[in-house]
Design a protein around this ligand. Structure first.
Ligand SMILES: Cc1ncc(COP(=O)(O)O)c(C=O)c1O
Length: 394
């Protein structure tokens, strides 16, 4: 018999994890063992609507047939291979990226996660400008490796690890004057999320991003877009670019390969040319299996019109939540399928109530419910979420 999670019961799985893992995560009390399309199944066979896609990763949902067969084929061909050798699927990915990355960001560094794409971006900015400091936004989240953590704002994550390696100034998000005032001739880069994810789904004003672009350019600092969470799900491949701003460095990860670990740092020709050989590297980065996963993900997103679907479904969900007219809701925010519902009380009880009704969603901070559904949802799933929310927020 094939050993799968289905052979183990929930109690056993959770006990082993509780006893053997470093307890860094607040665990939810179910074990997920299988997924199909928009739904996940736990070890007891219970079905859940997936409104979180593993923190924004599984944009094609689970066990997508075309993605699965491409990955199976690649598993049988070649899975691992260093970037010092050529790879057919890596070349295919680099060509496919030209369809979604803006002109000017023509050079790629491939890695394996969100934090790694940020690390690369920060290292490149320091090497190219010869400056050390960064400016980032309050509530911004960029990952938890030491470099990325320097950019992340939350003191809860930072304090145990001070002093952090990169000196950073954090300024109010969407305040262009504060941003401008913080940039000086020691600033290597400004790093911003076009839609703050972990910080509570706050959408950047296009005018704010445009000022950030102008000021960084004028002061000799680089602009880094952190689209690790926002890429592909806001109605466009990249939210910052859709706001009319092309950064110097564009970082993405999560959804790019539909759950297979990948990180992409896209830079200009000038930045690429200024980096010495060996300035950065990764054993796993750009491996054939990850590249195949990304090629197939981007193909399906394009061919199935999923960028546009994210925009229209997102509008339907936001309008539906507003129509609930719940007194528990302080604000509804979002862009595409990146949606936040700020509550007047803690989000955890509502998340638990949703889970009891068979819907898995996320928090962002203490009072915000966050929805990052797969882009393969249709109206039926949107309405299923709204029905459950209607009960929970009544
Ligand atoms: C905007 C943003 N940047 C960076 C990261 C870090 O990504 P990872 O968890 O893959 O290291 C995240 C993760 O949530 C993120 O949302």
């Amino acid at each position: 018999m094939v050993a799968t999670g289905r052979d183990l019961d929930t109690e056993h799985i959770l006990r082993v994890e509780r006893e053997r893992q470093i307890p860094l995560y607040a665990k939810r009390d179910i074990a997920l063992v299988r997924g199909e399309g928009a739904y996940l199944y736990d070890a007891d066979g219970r079905r859940y609507l997936d409104a979180m896609s593993n923190y924004g990763v599984a944009v094609l949902g689970h066990a997508h047939p075309a993605y699965t067969s491409a990955m199976t084929e690649q598993l049988q061909m070649l899975t691992t291979g260093h970037q010092s050798f050529g790879s057919d699927v890596r070349a295919l990915l680099l060509e496919a990226l030209r369809e979604i990355t803006p002109d000017g960001l023509d050079r790629a560094f491939l890695s394996n996660s969100g934090a790694e794409t940020i690390e690369a971006g920060l290292k490149f900015a320091r090497a190219v400008t010869g400056r050390t400091r960064i400016v980032a936004a309050r509530r911004g989240y960029h990952g938890r490796t030491l470099g990325a953590l320097s950019a992340t704002a939350d003191k809860k994550y930072r304090d145990p690890f001070e002093p952090l390696p990169i000196p950073a100034t954090h300024v109010a998000f969407n305040d262009a004057d504060a941003l401008e005032a913080a940039i000086d001739d020691e600033t290597a880069a400004v790093i911003l999320e076009p839609v703050q994810g972990e910080g509570g789904i706050h959408v950047a004003d296009p005018a704010y991003l445009q000022r950030a672009r102008e000021v960084t350019r004028a002061r000799g600092a680089l602009l880094i877009a952190d689209e690790v969470q926002s890429a592909v799900r806001t109605g466009d491949p990249f939210a910052m670019v859709a706001s009319g701003v092309v950064p110097d460095i564009l970082c993405t990860a999560k959804a790019l390969a539909n759950g297979f670990p990948i990180g992409l740092t896209s830079v200009t020709e000038e930045i690429s040319a200024a980096l010495p050989a060996g300035a950065h590297g990764s054993t796993f980065g750009g491996n054939p299996l990850a590249c195949r996963a990304a090629v197939e993900t981007l193909r399906i997103l394009r061919d199935d019109g999923l960028y546009a679907r994210a925009a229209t479904l997102g509008q339907r969900i936001v309008a539906g939540i507003e129509a609930l007219e719940s007194r528990q809701v302080r604000a509804v925010r979002g862009r595409g399928l990146m949606i936040g519902v700020e509550l007047r009380q803690k989000a955890t009880p509502a998340l638990r109530a949703l889970q009891e009704r068979g819907v898995l969603a996320l928090p962002a901070g203490t009072v915000i419910l966050r929805f990052l559904p797969p882009l393969i949802w249709d109206e039926a799933q949107a309405d299923e979420l709204l029905a459950a929310l209607g009960e929970v927020l009544a």
